[in-house]
Write a protein that binds this ligand. Sequence first.
Ligand SMILES: *[C@@H]1O[C@H](CO)[C@@H](O)[C@H](O)[C@H]1NC(C)=O
Ligand SMILES: *[C@@H]1O[C@H](CO)[C@@H](O)[C@H](O)[C@H]1NC(C)=O
Ligand SMILES: *[C@@H]1O[C@H](CO)[C@@H](O)[C@H](O)[C@H]1NC(C)=O
Ligand SMILES: *[C@@H]1O[C@H](CO)[C@@H](O)[C@H](O)[C@H]1NC(C)=O
Ligand SMILES: *[C@@H]1O[C@H](CO)[C@@H](O)[C@H](O)[C@H]1NC(C)=O
Ligand SMILES: *[C@@H]1O[C@H](CO)[C@@H](O)[C@H](O)[C@H]1NC(C)=O
Ligand SMILES: *[C@@H]1O[C@H](CO)[C@@H](O)[C@H](O)[C@H]1NC(C)=O
Ligand SMILES: *[C@@H]1O[C@H](CO)[C@@H](O)[C@H](O)[C@H]1NC(C)=O
Length: 899
Amino acid sequence: MISKKRIAIKFVVVVVLCWLFVSGDARVRCIESEREALLSFKNSLIDTDGILSSWRNDKCCKWYGVECSNTTGHVIALQLDAYDRELTRPRHLRGKISPSLLELHHLNHLDLSHNDFGGIPIPEFIGSMKQLQHLYLSWSNFSGSIPPRLGNLINLRSLDLSANDFGGIPIPEFVGSMKQLQHLDLSWSNFSGSIPPQLGNLTNLRSLDLNDNDFETIPLLLGNLTNLCSLVLGGNDFGGIQIPEFIGSMKELQHLFLYSSNFSGIVPPQLGNLTHIRSLDLSFNSLSSISPFILDSVFESLETLVLYYNHFTGSMPDLRGLPSLTELNLMGNNFTGSVPLSIGQLSKLQVLDLSHNSLEGVASESHFSKLDKLKSLDLSFNSLILDIAPNWSPPFQLKIMRLGRCNVGPYFPKWLQTQTNLTYLNLDGANIADEAPWWLGSMFSRLEELSLSDNRISGTIQNLSSTFIWYLDLSYNQFSGPIPLLPPYADAIFLGGNMFSGSVSSICSTRHPDLQYLDLSNNQLAGEVPNCWEKMSELEYLNLANNSFSGKIRGSFGALHNLNILQMHGSGFSGELPYSLRHCQELSLLDVGGNKLTGEIPTWIGRLYQMQFLNFRGNKLHGSVPPKICNLTNIHVLDLSINNLSSIIPDCFNNFTGLASEDAAYAGTITFGANGDIDYEYSSFQWKGKVSEYRKNLGLLKLIDLSSNRLVGNIPKSFSNMSHLRSLNLSRNSLTGHIIPDIGRMEMLDSLDLSHNQLSGKIPTSLAEIHTLGVLDLSNNNLSGQIPTGTQLQSFNASAYADNDGLCGDPLPICPGGSLRPSITNPVENMNEKDGDNFSFMQEVGISMGFGFIFGFWGVVGSFILKKSWRIAFFNLLDAVGDWFYVKMVVFVSKWRRS
Ligand SMILES: *[C@@H]1O[C@H](CO)[C@@H](O)[C@H](O)[C@H]1NC(C)=O
Ligand SMILES: *[C@@H]1O[C@H](CO)[C@@H](O)[C@H](O)[C@H]1NC(C)=O
Ligand SMILES: *[C@@H]1O[C@H](CO)[C@@H](O)[C@H](O)[C@H]1NC(C)=O
Ligand SMILES: *[C@@H]1O[C@H](CO)[C@@H](O)[C@H](O)[C@H]1NC(C)=O
Ligand SMILES: *[C@@H]1O[C@H](CO)[C@@H](O)[C@H](O)[C@H]1NC(C)=O
Ligand SMILES: *[C@@H]1O[C@H](CO)[C@@H](O)[C@H](O)[C@H]1NC(C)=O
Ligand SMILES: *[C@@H]1O[C@H](CO)[C@@H](O)[C@H](O)[C@H]1NC(C)=O
Ligand SMILES: *[C@@H]1O[C@H](CO)[C@@H](O)[C@H](O)[C@H]1NC(C)=O
């Protein structure tokens, strides 16, 4: 019995082994004709990365990417997606796709994604592979039109043509006849026009991705796709329509992504029917409210709710119906009222972002009571008051915490000490007036981003040279002591507006290869500025203004080849500008005003042809205004006032095309990072509607101030070419000759000061044609004759014309022998008019302050408190400048976030 059983077992074993051998052979060896087809497919490709290096022997079923049928041995799948997340260097197949693939009669799965076929159209023969069920051609550099023969592939279950460039054609209608399709991905492929209604025939579809094309309409028939589990329509422009109600009938939907597609209006109540929804992203649209029906619905499975940057108003949605929520992002809306207490019950929440809304009231410990999974908390830019006991022991361990502009103070939140995993901390403007706690130091070792600006935090900062901080903003606090050893990997360091004192030579002790923004302004720093700037060669923004340095501007500044902005106003520098500075060819703003610089204005200044804002005001420069300065054709603000310049003014100011056009400063100089992230940043900025605002306001900053020098000769004729100049100040020089007759061509002029010169002759009649003129001073010259008539010139106070040889006529006494003409305008009345709210900022203050408001605006704020119209104009302007910095910051922040 036993031996019979053994024999039986042996027999079975042998049979099994034989079967394994035979079938194994079929699985490995593959069919000869198919092997040859594969080889000729390989031979027409260019495979420099060796992706197909295993395609050599006769065991073609074992070749990379080849799959054969277990039973028949036919090749059934070819999976040559080149993407490999392990590899840092991308690899690709290139060359031609051979029609020999047609020999693979049983191929049902073809994947050529992430290769590079050099912009050829999708080969037509693929349309003859009727047996295909899965076709993946994404990210493979196909372009041109799609061959109609592809419409034969009626057995397709998956079709992915995403991330190619089909040149703006519509989706071919034949896609609608691929009735078996379950997955259709046409995202990122430059399709446009209408989404064909034929897609509504694809009732088996489980996922449809039409993301990031230029589609304009959504056909009603898409509502037939009731089996959809995932629908992505983001990144199109549907022209401000409402979200289609029929989406609510797609009962199976789990993922709905409708971001950045220009939807507006109410989120329709029908979406409340999507009871299986897990992620919903409606961000970056113009949606204004959510149907109350939705707010009352229960979404048991909703995990991700992303509504940021819409126009939602009213109170925050109630969160009781969302027990599974892990991410809630309501940033950048206009939600008002208080934060509902129900938020504290969302025990699965990991990400909570309510920033940039109009929320108010108190956020207390109960708002966080069950949030033990929370990792990221952002409540910044609301009017929230954080009312939390110092000894609170939070249920969470945050990695990201941003409470900027919330009322957190007056004490530094002690409970932060429990957050031992914190990496990003922002408490900007959080109303903290306290000493920095001792344990902040131990936090530094983990932080990558620390922003505490605009508080009244005091104390000293320890050595940061062994931290990993990328972004450090301690500006506008009361920190004192020496500036710390800087974090070596930082991209941006803002220490301005504190009481840091002593020498800055410590910044030389380490290299800062990534540093792009450094602000040490408005401190009490002293001593010589060290000569080691080559250690920060990536700097784009350097602000040393308003300190008490001594000595020269050192030669190594010339190593800052990327420097865009150099602010050294009122910093105590003496000596000459270093010759090496001519290498800083990216400079668009150079402010060395209010120092003790000597020597002449260097002729090499003409090489810095990106320059838009140049301020030498209040130094001891002598010699000439070099004609080379006219090479700075982009200049918007040129201030050489209060020096000892003694030449004639070169007659080349017609070169300043930036002053002869409406072009706004900075528009062309925002450096958006190297690798094409320009568009993204630019459009996201435009999206916030701020680009135009900023352009308009910065356009105001067009001025030339050469006052308080010893300039001689005539006012050059070329001045009249600066037709968009807002302010011209040539006062307190020794200019002679006539006022240029066509001065009226500077038709945008707000302020003109030619006083305290030796100008002679008549006031040109064209001056009366400058209707924008609000400030005029021609006093203390040798002008004579009748003041040209026109309401504009008569509206100024007589002092505008005082101390001239022989000026007469309104508002001065009538000319001898002139007709008795009644005064048309009453000067007093006009003065009153000027006090009206609509009187422009530039007219009254902006111009006369010259650079004051641009470069020293912190100091002048006080003088604005009295007058509302000034204040508004001023802060609009500040906003504009702020916006520009904001752009820089967004660009920069996103840059390092990406990296
Ligand atoms: C074929 O074999 C592979 C591996 O041995 C197995 O994973 C797969 O399920 C089999 N396919 C069929 C259709 O039997
Ligand atoms: C597909 O849809 C269109 C209209 O959208 C319709 O006219 C056509 O008959 C449908 N085709 C099939 C095969 O159902
Ligand atoms: C598609 O929807 C239309 C109306 O919305 C309906 O008349 C038609 O029967 C639907 N077709 C299918 C195949 O469900
Ligand atoms: C879907 O929502 C609407 C609006 O709230 C409702 O009237 C309708 O009955 C719902 N449809 C289904 C099929 O549940
Ligand atoms: C926010 O809403 C309030 C009223 O609810 C409104 O006064 C305010 O203008 C809105 N702000 C914005 C930026 O839309
Ligand atoms: C801190 O973060 C690390 C890794 O991100 C994680 O493993 C650890 O559990 C976290 N610690 C706490 C207390 O959450
Ligand atoms: C003047 O500017 C141009 C660029 O507009 C530049 O190429 C040239 O070198 C500059 N010339 C001088 C003399 O600085
Ligand atoms: C005026 O600008 C042009 C470049 O646009 C430059 O070549 C020329 O030298 C400039 N003139 C002076 C006087 O700098």
